[in-house]
Design a protein around this ligand. Structure first.
Ligand SMILES: [Zn+2]
Length: 378
């Protein structure tokens, strides 16, 4: 089954698994990686460049290591302490550069251009790669900060918790996994939801956070999307959803797949009540989330370079035994084929959404309140 294989792939993804304390690790293969035409020469050049960069920035890193937040350091607790690399010098640097993902580390490699980036610099730039403009996954709470007007967020439905109805167990019990994710993130589920304003326009905001079990959709996420849609009807506000997800939460079996129908029904009700909804698909949005509520809002936006699809590219390539076209399942590819309405840079997201909200009001006024209702019904 597609769902099953997708889950497998999500699990093998460093971002989705238990080790995902840090939000900035590389995800999924880079565009066109199926072919991977990079030559040895290119690689060597890249490696040299990388080494040079690290040497140059070492002094900067040493300073920053002292200032680095203690929370970050504890995340990589299984690794050596942060101060050690500067003492061991070259040896440590080598180990450092070989490591692909560095939870809590000072440096990370851009999955799009392979440039080594100073984590602090990336965070200051809104988690957009300074060299190629790749939009990294943003943790839910940070997304709220960068989207809404300061101090306007009022969280709703924060206390709904997952039930382990199937007593599911793989490497560890599902209940234990949820408990750990809660501990790490300080939130009870993958979906954050509440009221707020964007440049003065009131919205209901729902954010699927990849840092919580890969942003997977279980019963709670489905319920909270439904509640958010109802809240949008009640409050007469547009519903704004940001997604980043590995798909349905397989630990909840069929119950997680049922959320696809449930969330779609909730959005349909919102639609019938003259509501307006926007979904912004961010990197990565896959599986049952793409196949349900994320794809049926009035407007579907995406961030540049975001991976958006149902089954992952590796699964498709190996199942169908075909070579996938370059840029497959990236936002730009989908825009060309009409799957999404627009690609919006993170730096322009607030203004663009505010503009669309204004347009939606205009549309409803000029059509006597029925513009968003399906045609052919009386
Ligand atoms: Zn980059």
């Amino acid at each position: 089954m597609e769902g099953r294989s997708l889950a497998d792939e999500t699990q093998s993804n460093p971002l989705a698994g238990e080790s995902s304390g840090a939000p900035l690790e590389p995800v999924a293969p880079a565009p066109g990686s199926a072919a991977d035409p990079r030559s040895d020469k290119g690689r060597e050049k890249e490696r040299k460049k990388l080494e040079k960069l690290q040497r140059k920035a070492e002094k900067k890193a040493d300073k920053a290591a002292e200032k680095a937040e203690p929370a970050e350091a504890t995340e990589g607790s299984s690794d050596k302490p942060e101060e050690e690399p500067k003492r061991e010098g070259r040896l440590a640097r080598l180990r450092f550069s070989k490591k692909k993902d560095m939870p809590g580390g000072l440096w990370l490699k851009c999955e799009s251009c392979s440039q080594v980036i100073f984590r602090k610099e990336l965070e200051e730039k809104g988690r957009v790669c300074p060299s190629c403009g790749f939009h990294f996954t943003v943790p839910g709470k940070e997304r709220i900060r960068m989207t809404l007007d300061e101090g306007s967020f009022r969280e709703h439905f924060a206390d709904i918790e997952a039930l382990d109805r199937l007593q599911f167990m793989d490497a560890q019990p599902y209940a234990e996994k949820v408990r750990r994710a809660t501990e790490r993130s300080g939130q009870k589920e993958a979906l954050l939801c509440g009221l707020g304003t964007i440049l003065g326009r009131p919205v209901v905001l729902a954010i699927l956070d990849f840092n919580f079990m890969g942003g997977s959709m279980g019963e709670v996420v489905g319920e909270k999307i439904a509640l958010a849609a109802e809240l949008a009807v009640r409050e007469k506000r547009p519903l704004l959803i940001f997604t980043s997800s590995g798909g349905a939460r397989m630990h909840e079996g069929i119950l997680s797949l049922m959320q696809m129908a449930k969330t779609c029904a909730a959005l349909q009700t919102l639609n019938e009540n003259g509501g307006f909804s926007i979904c912004v698909m961010t990197h990565p949005t896959t599986g049952g989330v793409t196949a349900s509520f994320a794809s049926i809002t009035d407007l579907i936006l995406a961030e540049p370079g975001a991976l958006i699809g149902f089954a992952g590219p590796r699964v498709i390539a190996t199942t169908l035994k075909v070579e996938l076209p370059p840029g497959f399942q990236r936002a730009e590819f989908l825009l060309e084929r009409g799957m999404i309405d627009a690609i919006v840079k993170r730096s322009e997201m607030r203004e663009t959404i505010a503009k669309f909200i204004d347009y939606s009001k205009g549309a409803r006024v000029s059509h006597g309140g029925g513009a968003l209702r399906p045609k052919g019904r009386s």
